[in-house]
Design a protein around this ligand. Structure first.
Ligand SMILES: Cc1cc2nc3c(=O)[nH]c(=O)nc-3n(C[C@H](O)[C@H](O)[C@H](O)COP(=O)(O)OP(=O)(O)OC[C@H]3O[C@@H](n4cnc5c(N)ncnc54)[C@H](O)[C@@H]3O)c2cc1C
Length: 412
């Protein structure tokens, strides 16, 4: 914990996950003083994030990418394989980044590495104070906002960014309602070492229990070929798989992957994350905005979660650029455009991923047919195929400044 905790700041960020830390850096780059409060969690088992082009531009613009680059692996292609056993099987589909004039769709990096680096950079940034604790109360008023640390100290702020994840308390205090639901799935996550190279291609098998996805990881000494695995299984199957000895689990993974990476061994502990989703009635309140999992949650299909979050952050700082945070009416007007901007992007991802996930879980011929038809149709026509790829990587709609091609490294 920092030596002295300021009693006031321009922007108070609740949550020190990847969302909160990214927001802290983006607001500091605007010259605002920021206090970011949360536990810096760097022991999530087996979790990685595939960061797409817009997200990479975001981190580059903030000067944060160089520390991460050497530990990230490029994703030059994405292979989709129907392994549902449906009577309407589709041929494997492969999408290459160069089809949309990119060297790679993005870069895959370990979640723990990303959070640790963002936290380390925050500690060095004179405009950011990182407080490794929890907030237990929030007050939002026309004249200002404040939040209380579990230790009892209040911190006054002109603006609050709620990035404390799915159970956000700030969201509740702001009167934003939430609809949540669950899926009969658990995501098992684990890092793997394997015999054959991944060729910088991410391979996603669509199975009846959900996707089974290998994402390329950077090799290291003694382990030149590494990938991360996200495997959606039933809760009962998750319990069985987690109880297996490492060699037994590795053997099951190898069998499920039809051996395409050769011999597999585990390269760390196995994580298990129950799957759910969340939609909110809005993303703003009085002197407050939601970002990240406080604002949206869905299963990890198509690697959209953190990429969407970084668009929240980039859009929010754009909306508040040049706004005097002492003036509540100006903040409210700026937040109206944040609300408009995020509604479409968030709605599209939460609903689209829900539909795709359910289409795998529902064992019905018409659904199998529709899924097979949609994939074949989209991948067969060049224009549609490229539009689909671009939508996943750099979505349509206005591009926030930190994600524009020309975004320059921001100075503190
Ligand atoms: C298996 C899996 C794979 C994924 N893969 C990808 C991927 O490839 N690409 C991608 O873009 N996304 C991916 N995602 C999604 C991505 O990991 C999440 O969107 C992201 O980690 C969420 O970050 P967050 O900061 O919003 O939430 P969290 O990581 O939950 O962080 C919330 C933070 O708030 C803190 N907090 C909670 N309560 C309080 C409080 N009262 N006061 C202060 N702090 C508090 C917590 O301690 C934590 O630090 C994946 C998700 C899963 C489950």
């Amino acid at each position: 914990m920092s030596e002295t905790i300021p009693h006031e700041c321009d922007v108070l960020v609740a949550g020190a996950g990847s969302a909160g830390l990214a927001a802290a850096h983006a607001f500091a780059a605007q010259g605002r003083t920021v206090v970011v409060v949360g536990k810096v969690e760097t022991h999530l088992a087996g979790r990685t994030v595939a960061l797409f082009e817009g997200s990479l531009r975001f981190f580059r613009a903030l000067g944060l990418w160089p520390a991460l680059e050497s530990r990230a692996a490029p994703m030059e292609g994405i292979r989709l394989i129907d392994d549902t056993g449906s009577i309407f099987p589709t041929q494997p589909k492969e999408f290459r980044a160069r089809e949309i004039d990119l060297d790679a769709f993005g870069q895959n990096v370990e979640n723990n590495v990303l959070v640790a680096e963002l936290a380390e950079a925050a500690r060095k940034n004179p405009l950011i104070t990182l407080v490794e604790g929890l907030l237990d109360a929030f007050e939002l008023n026309y004249s200002g906002a404040r939040a209380r640390l579990a230790s009892g100290q209040w911190i006054d702020a002109k603006f609050i960014v709620a990035g404390e994840g799915r159970n956000s308390q700030a969201r509740q205090v702001a009167g934003i309602t939430v609809k949540t639901w669950t899926y009969p799935q658990v995501a098992l996550t684990v890092l793997l070492k394997h015999e054959k190279p991944h060729h910088n291609i991410s391979t996603e098998y669509h199975k009846r229990s959900g996707p089974f996805t290998f994402v390329p990881l950077q090799g290291r000494e003694g382990a030149p070929h590494r990938s991360s695995l996200v495997w959606l299984v039933t809760p009962r199957e998750a319990v069985r798989l987690k109880a297996l000895a490492p060699e037994e689990l590795a053997a099951e993974i190898q069998e499920q992957s039809h051996d395409f990476l050769g011999h597999i061994t585990l390269d760390g502990p196995v994580g298990a994350f129950p799957m759910g989703a969340l939609k909110t009635s809005g993303v703003t309140g009085l002197r407050l905005a939601l970002i990240g999992e406080s604002a949206h949650l869905f299963p990890p299909i198509g690697a959209q979660g953190l990429n969407l979050t970084l668009r929240d952050v980039a859009s929010l700082v754009d909306c508040l650029e040049g706004v005097d945070l002492d003036e509540a009416d100006k903040i409210t007007r700026a937040l109206a455009s944040y609300e408009r901007d995020r509604a479409r992007d968030i709605g599209f991802r939460v609903n689209g991923i829900d539909m795709l996930n359910r289409s795998l879980l529902i064992h019905a011929l018409p659904v199998d047919f529709a899924r097979a038809f949609a994939l074949t149709f989209f991948s067969a026509f060049g224009l549609l195929r490229r539009a689909l790829m671009r939508e996943g990587v750099t979505p349509h709609g206005p591009t926030p400044k930190l994600m524009q091609k020309s975004a320059r490294a921001a100075r503190h």
